[in-house]
Design a binder for this molecule. Structure first.
Ligand SMILES: Cc1cc2nc3c(=O)[nH]c(=O)nc-3n(C[C@H](O)[C@H](O)[C@H](O)COP(=O)(O)OP(=O)(O)OC[C@H]3O[C@@H](n4cnc5c(N)ncnc54)[C@H](O)[C@@H]3O)c2cc1C
Length: 387
């Protein structure tokens, strides 16, 4: 970080909402300097890609594998943006197979899940690369300084500027602030960051700004669904039985099957090197709890192989696994918000020059990429109207 340098804007987080916001903000603020500060190693957040150092050549989308839009017909802002991503060849219509496995293991292609309704798109690259390319659309002048592996733990609004402090003690100063995560404004921050006051509350004390008070009250009533994703690196010659060749293939399980096998969905992801990766998602709380309490990761890996082979035993497309494939596990403490949706009118405080975006705002896209993108686009308009 440049010492004593003050940015026009700091953005906390590097997920899709932050990337869409940064990109659109720079389109109309050509000369502004922006700091994007992200706790992880790269962009993408909950829509990112595991690029394994251990297993070379594999790029598995371990959060959201694609995006689905319910509402673009009724929402011109969203529609125009999706069109822009299509025109720039960052995404394309996802016409991959999407199959529901029911109890009799019959195959049915119907619309059934919050992640499968509406129009589906997938990235032409990995999901992390999509986040990078979204920023790249409007960052040709290099206005953004990226700071990765910086977890912000403290916020201050002092002498008319924002001062953010990372866990390692670095300070970032800016005139405006955008928070794309709830971590600094939700009570879970207390335990995760080992602090005794929610950072946003500390920065803006109660009764100083009605909007911030109200936003914090809404977030008080929001909780988060945990998920586990198991990334299976199949053996060299593993393939489909039926020579299916599209980029991804999705198998969703009905609730009964999900209870039995603990899998929410199984996503096959064809790699550039033609190997076939498999990502298994689970949100079964008992299964997640027993995984977290268990010291024995190998036991869970064997369980995944066993359940996978049982589930697909008589499937006409899917081959069995041998059990000696490598697996890595990703634990999502907060994969999706649930409970109270935060109203969009609380997104921006003029008084404190702070804005918020992400999938935690109200609307049909709540808890999904659709909500992240739309909230970012709406926030950009609020910034433009303010200036
Ligand atoms: C396993 C899984 C499957 C999913 N499947 C789907 C799906 O099929 N379809 C769909 O639409 N959605 C899906 N979702 C939800 C979707 O991924 C999210 O809605 C979307 O990615 C959220 O983007 P965001 O930018 O709002 O938040 P995030 O992606 O969470 O971005 C916030 C970023 O802020 C960073 N951050 C947080 N706190 C700090 C801090 N203090 N300092 C610095 N950085 C910080 C985080 O590391 C993160 O990168 C899924 C999510 C998961 C986890």
């Amino acid at each position: 970080m440049k010492s004593n340098f003050t940015y026009d804007l700091s953005i906390i987080g590097g997920g899709l909402s932050a990337c869409v916001f940064a990109s659109k903000y720079l389109q109309s603020n050509l000369k502004k300097k922006v700091a994007l500060i992200e706790a992880g190693r790269g962009l993408g957040g909950r829509s990112s890609t595991r690029i394994s150092k251990k297993f070379k050549g594999w790029e598995l989308n371990h959060g959201s594998p694609n995006l689905n839009i319910y509402n673009s017909k009724n929402n011109l802002v969203l529609k125009n943006y999706i069109d822009e991503l299509l025109e720039n060849k960052l995404i394309k219509t996802d016409d991959s197979d999407l199959v529901l496995l029911d109890e009799e293991l019959n195959l049915e292609s119907i619309k059934f899940s919050e992640f499968s309704q509406g129009h589906k798109y997938h990235s032409l690259f990995s999901m992390s690369q999509l986040a990078q390319n979204i920023i790249g659309l409007n960052n040709s002048r290099g206005n953004i300084d990226f700071y990765f592996e910086r977890l912000i733990v403290d916020l201050k609004f002092y002498k008319d500027q924002w001062i953010l402090t990372s866990k390692t003690g670095e300070e970032f100063k800016s005139k405006y602030l955008v928070c794309s995560t709830t971590l600094l404004s939700h009570k879970r921050s207390l335990k995760i960051l080992n602090i005794n006051q929610i950072p946003l509350r500390k920065a803006i004390p109660q009764n100083k700004d009605k909007k911030i008070d109200s936003l914090l009250n809404y977030l008080e009533k929001q909780s988060f669904t945990p998920r586990l994703t198991f990334l299976i690196y199949t053996n060299q010659d593993y393939n489909y039985k039926d020579y299916y060749s599209k980029k991804q293939r999705y198998f969703y399980l009905t609730e009964n099957l999900e209870n039995k096998y603990k899998f929410e969905r199984v996503i096959f992801q064809l790699q550039d090197n033609k190997k076939l990766g498999i990502v298994v998602h689970t949100k079964n709380i008992d299964f997640i709890d027993s995984y977290i309490k268990s010291e024995d990761e190998d036991f869970f890996k064997l369980k995944i192989f066993k359940n996978f082979n049982e589930l697909f035993e008589s499937n006409p497309s899917i081959n069995q696994l041998t059990g000696n494939e490598n697996i890595s596990i990703m634990k999502w403490r907060a994969s999706q918000p649930s409970g109270k949706q935060v109203p969009l009118y609380l997104q921006f405080s003029r008084k404190y020059r702070i804005g918020f975006c992400g999938d935690w705002f109200e609307g049909e896209g709540f808890g999904r990429i659709e909500g992240s993108i739309l909230s970012a686009l709406i926030l950009v308009n609020k910034f433009m109207n303010y200036n």
